[in-house]
Write a protein that binds this ligand. Structure first.
Ligand code: AVJ
Length: 319
């Protein structure tokens, strides 16, 4: 999509979300340049265990992971949905290059900014790696075939799948599955169910990075859509439901107020303590991972976890 259409889509989604009875904003809009930078800080903070756990898996079990996703294919496409800064994937890329193998790395991300930074770091750190980044939304890749006749390994890491509810997640996996041949593999990073307080702290850090991340969505709407959100009048509220395994983030209006958007006649009214839902981060146990895969027509071939069993990278093939 062109820049203009992306902005129009953003506008439409914001208006629709704020008009709804239960206000919501799609979490994919967190990732502008500022949001990317805040997310980098989140990944470095002690409470956000997800990144370190998956980094441990890919760092310490790289050879086994490579074997599971690419077998003995010499040349293959390594696609990554939501590549971000690619830090964790570089464990695999470095090892593949060291083994003399020839992956064609295809990072896909909605953030132009993240792709540019990733490209620059790859050219420096892995000059012989062939790669081509694509700026797209995950759901966009589904209609089109994800690659030619070459074997492909598809990565969807970092618990990005956690931002989708069960139905959306199953549809995404099924959609990816339809583009997979019998030799292709999909590896998905799932945040596991664990002590609820530990989960909650990952989204409620004392340094306030997660609050900044959540509030940045309003700052972005102000900047790009000409709105007048007063960031002082919203608070970050994370909750975790141990029944459903769903962590949710809200922005809650601390008072009665009206917010305006450029070109929209009618203001958006907030009652005192009315909430905007901004994100889910779903946690899974092993059975749920297998059941989700099965619903999407996929079967688990391998499952890699960190020492504490906080995080699992599951490898799927078509069932
Ligand atoms: C990038 C979607 C995996 O849900 O844990 C981090 C985003 N939100 N802190 C997550 C996020 C608040 C993150 N994902």
């Amino acid at each position: 999509m062109a820049e203009y259409d992306l902005l129009e889509q953003f506008r439409t989604d914001v208006i629709e979300g704020l008009r709804a009875k239960q206000k919501r904003l799609p979490s994919r809009y967190f990732y502008d340049a500022e949001g990317d930078a805040i997310f980098q800080r989140i990944m470095r903070m002690p409470e956000y265990y997800l990144t370190r756990c998956e980094d441990e898996i890919l760092g310490q079990q790289a050879d086994a992971v490579i074997d599971a996703i690419a077998g003995d294919a010499h040349e293959f496409d390594l696609l990554e949905l939501g590549a971000g800064d690619g830090t964790k994937t570089k464990h695999l890329l470095r090892r593949l290059i060291a083994l003399g193998r020839a992956p064609f790395y295809r990072p896909i991300d909605i953030s132009r900014n993240a792709l540019d930074a990733l490209g620059a770091s790859l050219r420096q750190e892995l000059p012989t790696l062939r790669f081509r980044g694509e700026q797209r939304e995950y759901f966009d890749v589904l209609g089109e075939p994800l690659g030619g006749d070459r074997t492909k390994a598809i990565l969807f890491l970092g618990s990005n799948i956690g931002n989708l509810d069960w139905v959306e997640a199953a549809e995404l996996l099924a959609g990816i599955g339809r583009t997979m041949g019998p030799r292709d593999r999909l590896m998905v990073g799932f945040d596991r169910r664990k002590d609820p307080m530990l989960v909650l702290r990952a989204y409620d850090d004392p340094a306030g990075h997660t609050r900044d991340f959540n509030l940045n969505l309003l700052r972005r709407i102000n900047r790009e859509l000409g709105a007048d959100f007063d960031l002082e009048r919203f608070v970050h509220v994370p909750v975790y439901d141990p029944f459903t395994g769903c962590a949710s983030s809200y922005l809650v209006s601390t008072c009665l107020q009206e917010v305006h958007l450029d070109g929209v006649e009618q203001g958006f009214r907030f009652r005192a303590w009315e909430a905007i839902h901004t994100e889910i981060s779903q946690k899974y146990d092993q059975e749920e991972i297998a059941a989700l895969g099965a619903q999407a027509g996929l079967r688990i071939t391998h499952s890699f976890s960190d020492r504490k069993d906080y995080f699992t990278d599951a490898v799927f093939m078509r069932a």
